[in-house]
Write a protein that binds this ligand. Sequence first.
Ligand code: NAI
Length: 270
Amino acid sequence: MAYNLLKGKKGIIFGALNEQSIAWKVAQRAHEEGAELVLTNAPIALRMGELNKLAEECNAPVIGADVTSNDDVQNLITKTMEHFNGGVDFILHAPAMSVNVRKGIRYPENNYEFTHKGFDISALSLHRVLQFAMKNKAINEWGSVVALSYIAAQRVFPDYNDMADNKAVLESIARNFGYYYGVENKVRINTVSQSPTRTTAGSGVKGFDGFINYAEKMSPLGNATADQCADYIVTLFSDLTRMVTMQNLFHDGGFSYTGVTEAVINQMGE
Ligand code: NAI
């Protein structure tokens, strides 16, 4: 059901790779709520061509940008502002990748070149996007930026590997930049810490099936889906949440505050 929550608003959606992507669902929901969009992803992801389907559905241009490149991010912002003839009201940050995870290198043995690359894509990219947005006055007053995080930023989930560090920094950047952007232009910045979700990035984590089933049993409401995550993020882009900023907001069916559930205890036996 649509409520016209984003009528007249304009936004940039990073990181829609395929129909499973959280960003894909956010783009669909934002469009349904009346927003106009620009879609972006790394040039290599665009070559797969899937994003064109979403672009057509949302009537949105696609502008390629590798989030580790200053030039690409500047170009994205310039072209977006030309397209909209002005700034945007919201941004979804969803790029993430860990080479150590991909190559199955355990956390204690991480290769630092890989660590740097993953950090650049998954955490520093939020700072880069915000820095270039601020320089170009690309986010309108009372704009909203949301980045996606995971509870491994606070608690240990061994196979999440160096992505745990990346998420901790991502949340810190949201908090710190949230201060500066709030003072400068009343722009709010939050992270949404989502349940494990079956996507390309999610499924790359070793033991993901066990991970997702455990979280399901440990959450009073069960795991939150990508569609439900999109619903939540749309409210954060809307004018109904103008005073929420610098927060890490759990969207996880209660997982983060649950010590244990009967379902898990019962599995432990005597
Ligand atoms: P996904 O694989 O669909 O999205 C990750 C995106 O990052 C892809 O679109 C990929 O092309 C993009 N990307 C990678 N390198 C890039 C680069 N250099 N420049 C620009 N874009 C780049 O997976 P998902 O799960 O939808 O991920 C979205 C966000 O949600 C990520 O931040 C992820 O860590 C986060 N998240 C995912 C959870 C899960 O269980 N799937 C749980 C909590 C958070």
